[in-house]
Design a protein around this ligand. Structure first.
Ligand code: GTP
Ligand code: MG
Length: 588
């Protein structure tokens, strides 16, 4: 069971953990004496907290400590105690899954009383869904073991916890330094009849076991076999929740692509028939579908994840600079990393006193906010009250993790409808025996979509024809499709009013999708593509295959073009530039 120990600086977290190890006989033989002796030699007072440092490098002894995790066991079970050095590390660990606490020990110094971080940490526990909290009122020796002091702090903190929806498991008066109520009862606290810290650990309940939740595995990487004519791929990742078995029908999101599990490979171990949450695995599938890092593997017969680009979150900000409207950050959830922006701040809360405002324009350090975030493309995730590990995210500012939180609502976005159709299409896609790689090898190219757009008079079609000809002469499988060919054919049933505008683009994208699947380099020309048109195309097609060229000086696609060319530049030069742009697609 994973337990995190939190609290204000210097309130005695490390001392309590050190004491717990010492008093339960969990330390290697002679360690305590050795550390005491070292302190004496250097004439500095002994601290139980030093035991943690002293143990850091001793992996081989029954107990090990890495970074801030302490492993030890009682007769009931094994524990990992996470002595989180700060908020950011704690949040990072909780989100990345490095250490997912199920219960917490929250330490408050009896002499200093409830401090800002006592509250912030409490808030963070509540936000992350850790509802089992034992509050340890430490350093009771400094207040002469007064029951009144304990009662007062307990009551004050209890009131705070109630406001944030946590019912403390218990309050325990302790002295880490003197060893009262850690694992032993002494005369000093004879007025206290409750459990010791050691006893309370075994009382914590194991949460909903992650294995019993629906299957979620964020895709970490895709490895291709390199042997001749072997087109299998291994999809690697760590199972976040649920279990996966050979033969299971699985669906990847946001794409909606579906296949069956053919084998489950494990590192340095024989393949297994099934495996559950917490394990890192490599899966091979019966059909060689094309999926990317960041997608989420789920079971076909299970609760599907949410997929959208707009989310309502509860976010804790820790960056030095405040989080602001109009600025781009990155959101990391599972193995997915996408740009993100605040769309709206609904409420900002001071996590230490719960003062709130709903007119804030930014989120300052240590503040908590309910806000709407938007991303340029959809991600797959879950809601906090359903499957919490895949609802947790961190926000990266430049290269620093500066905040994090949970998603509690999925909101519609402009692409919701189209996306649903695409998921449905991918999910029902009828596979052929020829893989994407085989086609690419045959044609000596990767499929690509080159969108050439610009103002009415711009020479889009001339450029497209020249480009097609050039590629054709090079032996490529290439096709030029003017949007008119679709509008007057496939779309003959659609009127030409603004309402049907998106549908024209959805159909165009569907045609393009089939041609890309064939392995073609497809060149499409259209007048003045708008951002919303491009978004439909990007939602419908694997978007790393798309390149957009804007011809002319003014660009109405709001910067979505990958290349701008001047209207009157020499044709040859323009063709060269486009070829450069798609170079990686050509040399498969
Ligand atoms: P950070 O990791 O820096 O946040 O601190 P911490 O919460 O881990 O506190 P630590 O265990 O390092 O203790 C801080 C100081 O408080 C040390 O000098 C301890 O000796 C002292 N201390 C811890 N517990 C007790 C106690 O029960 N009684 C007394 N008198 N001092 C204590
Ligand atoms: Mg410490």
């Amino acid at each position: 069971m994973n337990i995190v120990i939190v609290g204000h600086v210097d309130h005695g977290k490390s001392t309590i953990v050190g004491r717990l190890l010492a008093d339960t006989g969990s330390l290697p033989q002679g360690k305590l004496e050795q550390v005491r002796q070292q302190c004496e030699n250097n004439s500095k007072p002994f601290e139980y907290a030093f035991l943690l440092d002293a143990l850091k490098d001793e992996q081989a002894q029954g107990i090990t400590i890495d970074s801030a995790r302490v492993f030890f066991k009682t007769s009931k079970r094994h524990y990992i105690i996470i002595d989180a050095p700060g908020h950011i590390e704690f949040l990072k660990n909780m989100v990345t899954g490095a250490a997912r606490a199920e219960a917490a020990l929250l330490v408050i110094d009896a002499k200093e009383g409830v401090q800002e971080n006592s509250c912030r940490h409490g808030y963070m526990l509540s936000m992350l869904g850790i509802k089992q909290v034992a509050v340890l009122v430490n350093k009771m020796d400094l207040v002469s073991y007064e029951e009144d002091v304990f009662r007062q702090i307990s009551q004050q903190y209890q009131e705070f916890l109630e406001k944030i929806g946590i019912q403390a498991t218990c309050f325990i008066p302790v002295s880490g330094r003197e060893g009262d109520m850690i694992s032993e009862r002494q005369e000093n606290l004879s007025w206290y009849f409750g459990k010791t810290v050691f006893e309370i650990l075994d009382e914590f309940h194991k949460k909903d076991i992650d294995e019993n939740l629906p299957l979620r595995m964020p895709v970490q990487d895709i490895y291709k076999f390199t042997k001749f004519q072997d087109d299998r791929r291994i999809i690697s990742g760590t199972i976040s929740t649920g279990t996966v078995n050979v033969g299971d029908e699985v669906v990847f999101y946001p794409s909606g692509k579906k296949s069956y599990v053919k084998s489950i490979e494990m590192f340095n171990q024989p393949a297994v028939p099934g495996i559950g949450a917490g394990y890192a695995v490599g899966l091979t599938l019966t059909e060689q579908i094309y999926v990317k890092r960041g997608e989420m593997l789920t079971a076909f017969h299970g609760h599907p994840p949410e997929v959208t680009s707009r989310i309502k979150v509860n976010l804790f900000w820790m960056g030095r600079a405040p989080m602001e409207l109009g600025k781009t950050y990155h959101l990391k959830l599972g193995t997915m990393k996408v740009p993100v922006e605040i769309e709206k701040i609904e409420q900002v809360l001071n996590a230490s006193n719960l003062d709130s405002t709903d007119t804030a324009q930014k989120i300052a350090r240590h503040e908590v906010a309910k806000c709407i975030l938007k991303m340029p493309r959809a991600i797959a995730f879950d809601l906090a009250d359903r499957i919490s590990p895949t609802s947790r995210f961190v926000i990266v500012d430049q290269n620093n993790i500066s905040g994090g939180g949970i998603i509690y609502e999925a909101l519609e976005d402009a692409q919701s409808q189209v996306r649903q159709m695409v998921i449905e299409r991918n999910y029902r896609w009828i596979m052929s025996n020829i893989s994407r790689e085989q086609r690419f090898e045959r044609y000596g190219q990767k499929a690509a979509l080159i969108l050439i757009t610009g103002r009415r008079d711009a020479p889009r079609k001339e450029i497209a024809r020249a480009l097609e000809e050039r590629l054709f002469m090079q032996g490529k499988l290439v096709y030029f499709l003017g949007i008119g060919n679709v509008i007057h054919g496939l779309d003959a049933d659609l009127t030409n009013d603004p309402d049907t505008h998106p549908e024209h683009f959805r159909r165009l994208a569907e045609v393009a999708n089939i041609m890309l699947n064939m392995g073609t380099i497809l060149i499409i020309t259209a007048i003045e593509l708008q951002k919303s048109d491009l978004e439909i195309i990007h939602t419908s097609i694997d978007d790393d295959q798309i390149k957009t060229v804007w011809v002319g000086d003014e660009d109405s696609s709001s910067g979505m073009a990958d290349l701008h060319v001047a209207e009157h530049s020499p044709r040859e030069q323009v063709v060269e530039k486009i070829l450069e742009l798609i170079h990686t697609n050509l040399s498969s």
